[in-house]
Design a protein around this ligand. Structure first.
Ligand code: IMP
Length: 427
């Protein structure tokens, strides 16, 4: 396995974690390179369900090294909770987890400002996860961030903390009518956090360079998805990081050429949590059926996900902008029993028909999807392990997606467990 990145090719929640878990078997190192605890990664095996927010999904294989690289904004309390939960479930967490000393820390004001901003934004609310992600990245790029290495320099940390509170407390109090944060309380809490995180912290940039130079098999685990990428997503309905393969280099310190292969994950239909345009959203019985059968509720927030038909326009865009080499198409089983299946192949807009994703969120919102219909399948596909054993209509639907997106589909998942996967390798 060359160095490989797994990303979401839609709007997030494409089941990347289970694909990462599968590929992790062949990897030596698994790396989170962007996002934070806004991610909700679910892995199921051995009859158990595991949910992760920050720890890479390779953690279930103790002989591998999992890296939280500096592109991630780290909420230490969430991370501690996750480590403790994994240990309680019998997983060894020690030298197999490396947290970058350069990673930004999500501070208490980030969550508070994120939630207060959302509350006061009315119609313009983003539908964020409320985990402080936007404000944490905003501080990073406006030179106010606090990094993990800063926690080990108490005097410096206190200075940074004081500077931040002088700015953030007036915002909390005067702009949002919230209570201010207490300097001593945060200082003491974070000095405790520093000691707790210390055993996991190291030079992840150096570690990853050495790993790649030594020919180790490195797997980069994307969080969120291409349409949520801050630069190429449907702005402003995005998350604050480069939540696509574009984020690997800045988020790890590895040169762009270190990445050999990109795998995009896509559902056989489409979902979205949060606000923003979603041309193929189905508000009726079909969308509800996808939500019920596909259990489409957010891992991080529990919010019901908006559901609709597969939209080839953004997936095609994701494939081009990220150089996706292969797609993993997940949740095909959810589409069983629909009399007909649909794929959106283009948008009708006031300026004519287009197969490209418009830049403007308003233009995407105004787009009318152009559908191609396919006959559905009634057979239970959850036990199928080879593509040729799928019902002909299911095969036809998968092949149509492949054609429309211009990318080979190498994996098809037909159920939530590790083993419910059809591999179509070497295509
Ligand atoms: P934030 O990342 O919490 O700031 O939220 C910004 C947008 O990204 C919102 O629309 C969220 O619903 C969406 N988002 C963030 N993380 C995820 C994820 O892991 N899956 C799907 N959507 C996400």
């Amino acid at each position: 396995m060359p160095t490989t990145c797994v990303i979401g090719a839609q709007r997030g929640d494409e089941g990347k974690a289970r694909i990462v878990d599968l590929l992790a078997d062949e990897a030596d190192v698994i790396v989170r390179f962007q996002g934070g605890s806004n991610a909700g990664h679910t892995v199921m095996f051995g009859g158990q369900t595991y949910r992760l927010h920050l720890v890479p999904s390779g953690i279930f294989r103790p002989e591998k090294t999992c890296v939280v690289a500096h592109g991630v904004v780290v909420d230490l309390e969430v991370l501690f909770h996750e480590i403790e939960g994994l240990r309680n479930q019998g997983f060894e967490i020690g030298r197999n987890l490396l947290v970058s000393d350069r990673a930004q820390v999500v501070m208490p004001w980030h969550r508070r400002i994120d939630q207060a901003r959302e509350k006061s934004a009315g119609r313009q609310a983003m539908g964020t996860t409320g985990r402080g992600i936007g404000p944490a990245y905003a501080d990073k790029v406006s030179y106010r961030g606090i990094r993990i290495c800063d926690l080990f320099e108490p005097a410096w940390f206190e200075e940074r903390l004081r500077l931040n509170l002088e700015e953030k407390n007036p915002i909390l109090e005067r702009v949002y009518g919230e209570a201010p944060l207490d300097f001593a309380q945060i200082r003491d809490a974070f000095m405790g956090h520093a000691e707790k995180i210390r055993p996991f912290v190291g030079d992840a940039v150096g570690f990853l360079h050495d790993a790649v130079a030594a020919g180790k098999r490195v797997l980069f685990e994307g969080a969120q998805a291409v349409l949520l990428d801050v630069d190429i997503g449907v702005y402003p309905y995005v998350t604050a990081s480069n939540s696509s393969a574009l984020g690997v280099s800045p988020g790890t310190g590895l040169p762009p050429r270190a990445l050999d292969r990109v795998i995009g994950c896509a559902k056989a239909y489409a979902t979205h949590v949060g606000n923003g345009p979603f041309p193929t959203e189905d508000h009726g019985a079909e969308g509800q059926r996808m939500r019920d059968v596909g259990k489409e509720y957010g891992t991080t927030t529990g919010r019901p996900r908006r559901c609709g038909w597969f939209d080839a326009v953004p997936v095609r865009f994701a494939a081009r902008s990220n150089g996706i080499d292969a797609l993993a198409l997940v949740k095909l089983d959810v589409l069983r029993g629909f009399p007909s299946l649909r794929i959106c192949t283009a948008y009708d807009t006031p300026h004519g028909r287009t197969t490209n994703l418009p830049a403007s969120a308003a233009a995407v919102a105004a787009a009318t999807p152009v559908y191609t219909e396919f006959p559905g399948f009634d057979e239970d596909v959850s036990g199928v392990r080879s593509f040729g054993d799928l019902p002909a209509n299911a095969q036809g639907f998968v092949e149509a997606i492949e054609r429309e997106c211009g990318v080979p589909i190498e994996l098809v998942s037909v159920g939530p467990s590790r083993e419910q996967v059809i591999r179509r390798g070497g295509r």
